[in-house]
Design a protein around this ligand. Structure first.
Ligand code: FES
Length: 137
């Protein structure tokens, strides 16, 4: 189990105007949220249903977006590569995520930009699921 104290909903005070639409969906991860050495616990696997996604802010890292892709977890950077927008506020269709600001899209498996105005890929990250917990590996 992930200790409740290690994951909490917070307001991101670094740039309030940018995050005002999705503050309630942001989960900030503290540096002590490691249950497995070398890995950062993100959430309970059963807390994210297929087709759902949630934004995380691991300490010292850019925001990440965890997506339950039909039972397989995908982890990509949350910030659109075109301008300033959180993909957590976007629309997920299959394995394509659409940016809420200008409608560009990305492949959630490879991070590749799929439609304009997005041209640059998103970073993707390795996820591990162990004992019902999703980790940034
Ligand atoms: S900010 Fe994402 S498509 Fe423009």
């Amino acid at each position: 189990m992930v200790p409740p104290a290690s994951i909490k909903t917070t307001l991101d005070m670094r740039s309030p105007s940018r995050h005002s639409l999705y503050d309630s969906h942001t989960i900030q991860i503290g540096s002590m949220s490691t249950l497995m050495p070398g890995k950062i616990a993100l959430c309970q696997a059963d807390s994210l249903e297929p087709g759902q996604m949630t934004r995380f802010e691991p300490a010292g890292m850019d925001p990440l977006l965890l997506i339950n892709d039909g039972g397989t977890f995908r982890l990509i950077e949350d910030d659109c590569t075109h301008a300033i927008a959180s993909l957590a506020e976007g629309r997920l269709e299959g394995q394509t995520i659409f940016c809420p600001l200008h409608g560009g899209s990305f492949d959630i498996v490879t991070g590749k930009a799929k439609s304009l105005p997005c041209k640059h890929p998103l970073r993707t990250f390795t996820v591990a699921v162990d004992d019902g917990v999703v980790y940034l590996a």
